[in-house]
Design a protein around this ligand. Structure first.
Ligand code: NDP
Length: 449
């Protein structure tokens, strides 16, 4: 008997019944399923193998208590998680996020996206994500280090170089990865490539820090070139002032773009003169200080500071959301369209709301979805795993070339899998389909219960 075709609304309604209150996860699944459902409904073997149902249920979700001592000798308790979503094409791979908003829904959305993103890189990595509802704001370095050590006290049981290799994400940078790695090494008495984003002196890879932001600009350049345009002299609006935002700004400048905004959770700065490398370096140093606000940029460089606002109303040619999920909604999309924006490329994961995305996809704006546009970071993480296994470091030049190749290949895979409508490529659809095909092939080949 052949399993009946799947109806989108019934599938989503079942998923919501099974996973109530997981709005971010529903949003991520819905965006993918919309594009891949025709492939599943055209393939009875996929339906007989319950491929879609299996793909949207994580292999496992581990949740645990993280207890740690604050500077007043008071015991604090947080909740940590690791979602191991799908390992059909390689060990689980995906970052760790420390933020009060972290919960199973957010991590399941991120882990689900990661499956397809990792597949697009062409490297053997499955999808996972993790983190804790810990807020490092207002915490001393010693408190954050103790938190990392305590977090690893549980996480170490679930990860390993051939099992699951976490990296950083929001509020987990090279410093936290170092503390997590040190704890893992002491607990397990083994030195192995169990985390990526490590320091260069203990197995880290050149270019990992820059890779997401640089890869984003490379992807953007390929999108523009495919449509007979380029980044030179384009006015670019960026949100965020962290790793992804600042490296994207850096490479955009080097390629002749004019970056006029950055933002943080307090608001955004508008610098009509445009950012320079010196200004970017100042932001990096300033934001490294505990609890610092981007607002200080306005005084330092005579720019405009808009408290509590996002930058999407500023006229631009290109918009790069690089802060967090759902930071660009339908109204913001309308402003970008009205102001003549020609391209949006997502540096952050799922920064555009479902309605915002729909609005952009229906307009003339070129849209680079996160799972393709920000895959440069995990790609270099994949290369860090290879370097650790070979026990041989690649040079910065070798890695830069590999990153360039991977971002070009991702772009081309999206184009190949997408439909062209009036000369415009639907990159979101292309990314979903190309990522799905690889994972689906592997899952089908490996059988089922
Ligand atoms: P960082 O922690 O370095 O920076 C995050 C930035 O976003 C900060 O400027 C922060 O402001 C701002 N921000 C965070 N939450 C909010 C919010 N709710 N509203 C407004 N601004 C906010 O993180 P990354 O740059 O590493 O990550 C940014 C995004 O990119 C995330 O979505 C992440 O998942 C994604 N990403 C990151 C990769 C990487 O390699 N780092 C790889 C692929 C995707 P403040 O300082 O005020 O908190």
């Amino acid at each position: 008997m052949t399993t009946a075709k799947i109806d989108f609304d019934s599938f989503m309604s079942d998923l919501k019944d099974r996973t109530p209150h997981e709005d971010a996860f529903h949003q991520a699944v819905s965006e993918v399923v919309e594009d891949i459902l025709p492939l599943i409904n055209d393939n009875a073997a996929y339906r007989d193998a319950a491929l879609l149902q299996r793909l949207t249920e994580p292999d496992r979700l581990i949740s645990f208590r993280v207890e740690w001592m604050d500077d007043e000798n008071k015991v604090q308790v947080n909740r940590g998680h690791r979602v191991q979503f799908n390992s059909a094409i390689g060990p689980y791979k995906g970052g760790l996020r420390f933020h009060p908003s972290v919960d199973p829904s957010v991590l399941k959305f991120l882990g689900f996206e990661q499956i397809f993103k990792n597949a697009l890189t062409g490297l053997p990595m499955g999808g996972g994500k993790g983190g804790a509802d810990f807020d490092p704001r207002g915490r001393s370095d010693a408190e954050i280090m103790r938190f990392c050590q305590s977090f690893m006290l549980e996480l170490h049981r679930h990860i390993g170089p051939d099992v699951d290799v976490p990296a950083g994400d929001i509020n987990v940078g090279a410093r936290e990865i170092g503390w997590l790695f040190g704890a893992y090494q002491r607990i397990t008495n083994s030195f192995e490539g169990v985390l990526t984003g490590k320091g260069l002196s203990f197995g880290g890879s050149q270019l990992r820090v820059e890779a997401t932001g640089y890869g984003l600009i490379q992807f953007l350049c390929h999108m523009l070139a495919r449509h007979d345009d380029g980044i030179e002299d384009k006015t670019i609006v960026i949100s965020g002032a962290g790793n992804v935002a600042l490296h994207a700004a850096e490479l955009a400048l080097k390629n002749g773009g004019k970056v006029v905004t950055l933002s943080d959770s307090g608001g955004f700065i508008h610098d009509g003169e445009g950012l320079t490398q010196e200004k970017i370096d100042w932001v990096r140093d300033h934001k490294a200080k505990p609890d610092s606000s981007l607002g200080a940029y306005a005084k330092e460089f005579s720019a405009d500071w808009q408290e509590g606002e996002a930058p999407w109303g500023v006229a631009c040619d290109v918009a790069l959301p690089c802060a967090t999920q759902n930071e660009l909604d339908e109204k913001d999309a309308a402003k970008l369209i009205d102001n003549g924006c020609m391209a949006v490329a997502e540096g952050a994961n799922m920064p555009t709301t479902a309605k915002g995305r729909e609005r952009i996809r229906k307009s003339d704006i070129l849209f680079g979805p996160a799972k393709a546009a920000n895959a440069g970071g995990v790609a270099v993480s994949g290369l860090e795993i290879s370097q650790n296994q070979m026990r041989r470091d690649l040079s910065c030049e070798e890695l830069a070339e590999l990153l360039q190749d991977i971002m070009k290949t991702i772009h081309d895979k999206c184009v190949e899998a997408a439909e062209e409508d009036d000369g415009k490529i639907d990159y979101a659809k292309g990314a979903n389909i190309a990522g799905f095909r690889k994972v689906a092939d592997a899952m089908m080949a490996q059988g089922h219960a």
